[in-house]
Design a protein around this ligand. Structure first.
Ligand code: BES
Ligand code: MN
Ligand code: ZN
Length: 496
């Protein structure tokens, strides 16, 4: 899909589809009013006839509007004019995109980005239009022999903006396309089944990304290397699998030489059956999404490469399967992590923290500015926050605030949860330094407490994305979250 910035009157534009905003109740936006004038009151008449009211996301398509140069005009509801915020803007853009994709038009010009959105500037509006248009056009049909895609999907999208916004709008366009590409990569990897997306496959994808950029260096450690470093926790998970575990490192050096990197650690369990503590069968297929943390690290690094972001970012991905087997770890087994701390595995289904703890210890070697891990870690987080916000826990309140703000501005929100010492005793083991589970209460927090014992040497935050990384049900599929949050966090570091 190709995006361009335009500055033309809506009725003069030769396009497959002109997209105009309508507010509740039947209130024309400036561009719609202009269009209405040239078409001798066509829009007002239709609205008056009750064809559309302007509810947010609602659409109405008119072919060959007399008096205009376009083949179609698509009216999009934007909700109440006084309540047009970032969220409603996103809904309107998504609604317009889906209707335009169904319309048969292969090109469109949108007048939505010139609407006033409360607390958002032109840069944000253009970038969000690009990201939202791309993500609402995405269909996970790579593995279908008969594609779901629309017969004539949108190929070219013009974004109308006042000339004054020119340079900023063009920058927003590049950023938006880069972030959309990162989100798409995360979604595509997330949607791939476990028999294709194995640890070795993720490693090959990382290497492939490394080949696209001279300052992205990728290396992959095998199990022998992990053994040498004493990664007994990571290896305790992979021993039940016939696919070898990998530890992927991706060093992106877009920033100054010697500048400390932001380290992103992504959980890459390519299938989580639970191990010997096997999961129940219902919806177990969704445990192919247990590598979405890893996918978000790959997606974020791709966005960095495409934006040529001037920061140093290191991606670390521990990746393995978690399966039952004669050689698998058993409840009660005790292993020694790379940090030297011993862990009693009371539940083999709490495998994410086992692979992350060694990856977090390993991450200290990069002398990080901060470390952020991203993981589909606990079902408890889905219960606590549902699918709207990722859980955020941190040993540093400033870092937590920066991440919350990034999520807010990118429309990819997180919610801060406590990491108080009072929760730590839940991890007590009678036989080892700690247990790998903390009981029924506060499952998301005790999982983070476990990780906090491996992150004392640096500023660290943990994003539990179990509720946001994918959708179940009818529209099952990976969302690409939190690539937008992470990219925004990195962008914010470049501009201050
Ligand atoms: N990958 C799961 C977490 C998960 C479960 C995410 C369901 C999304 C939906 C993780 O490895 C896991 O199994 N966690 C256990 C931890 C428990 C054994 C302490 C869980 O949440 O049940
Ligand atoms: Mn598990
Ligand atoms: Zn898991």
């Amino acid at each position: 899909m190709k995006f361009t910035i335009k500055n033309e009157k809506p009725a003069n534009i030769r396009s497959g589809c002109v997209i105009l905003g309508i507010f509740e109740h039947r209130k024309l936006s400036a561009a719609a009013a202009q269009f209405d004038k040239t078409t001798r009151g066509l829009l007002k008449k239709l609205l008056h006839d009750g064809e559309m009211d302007g509810k947010c996301g609602q659409t109405l398509l008119l072919p060959y509007p007399a008096g205009a140069q376009c083949e179609r005009v698509l009216l999009v509801g934007c909700g109440k004019a006084g309540e047009f915020d970032g969220r409603n803007y996103g809904k309107a853009v998504a609604g317009a995109t889906m209707a335009a994709n169904r319309s048969g038009a292969t090109d469109a010009v949108s007048y939505l980005a010139e609407l006033d959105v409360s607390d958002r500037d032109s840069y944000w509006k253009v970038r969000t239009l690009v990201e939202t248009t791309r993500s609402s056009s995405y269909t996970p049909d790579e593995l279908k022999s008969k594609k779901d895609r629309h017969g004539y999907p949108l190929r070219r999208v013009g974004i109308n903006m006042a000339a004054a916004a020119g340079a900023l709008a063009r920058e927003a366009l590049v950023d938006g396309e880069s972030i959309a590409g990162g989100v798409e990569l995360a979604r595509t990897l997330g949607n791939l089944p476990g028999n294709i997306c194995t640890p070795s496959y993720l490693a090959s994808q990382a290497r492939k990304l490394g080949k696209t950029c001279s300052y992205l260096k990728v290396s992959v450690m095998d199990e022998a290397g992990m053994k040498k470093l004493g990664m007994g926790a990571l290896l305790s998970v992979s021993r039940g699998s016939r696919e070898p575990a990998k530890l992927i490192t991706m060093e992106y050096k877009g920033g100054k030489a010697g500048e400390k990197p932001v380290v992103l650690v992504g959980k890459g369990v390519t299938f989580d059956a639970g191990g010997i503590s096997i999961k129940p069968g219902a919806a177990m297929d969704e445990m192919k999404f247990d590598m979405c943390g890893a996918a978000s690290v790959l997606g974020t690094l791709k966005a960095c490469v495409d934006m040529e972001l001037p920061v140093n970012v290191t991606g670390v991905i521990p990746t393995t399967e978690n399966l039952p087997d004669g050689n698998a770890s058993k409840p009660g087994d005790i292993v020694t992590s790379m940090s030297g701390q011993t862990i009693e595995i009371l539940n083999t289904d709490a495998e994410g923290r086992m692979i992350l703890c060694d990856a977090l210890t390993y991450s200290a070697k990069f002398k990080p500015e901060v470390v952020i891990d991203i993981a589909t870690l606990t079902g408890a987080c889905v219960i606590a926050l549902g699918s709207h916000a990722a859980g955020l826990l941190s040993n540093d309140d400033d870092l937590a605030d920066e991440l919350l703000a990034a999520g807010e501005s990118a429309g990819d929100r997180a919610w801060h949860m406590p990491l108080w010492d009072e929760y730590q005793p839940q991890l007590k083991s009678n036989f080892a330094d700690m247990a790998n589970i903390g009981g029924r209460e506060a499952g998301t927090i005790t999982a983070a407490c476990f990780l906090s014992r491996f992150t004392e040497k640096y500023r660290w935050a943990h994003l539990d994305i179990a509720g946001v990384a994918w959708k179940g049900g009818n529209e099952k599929g990976a969302t690409g979250r939190p690539v937008a949050l992470l990219t925004q966090f990195l962008l914010d570091r470049c501009t201050d």
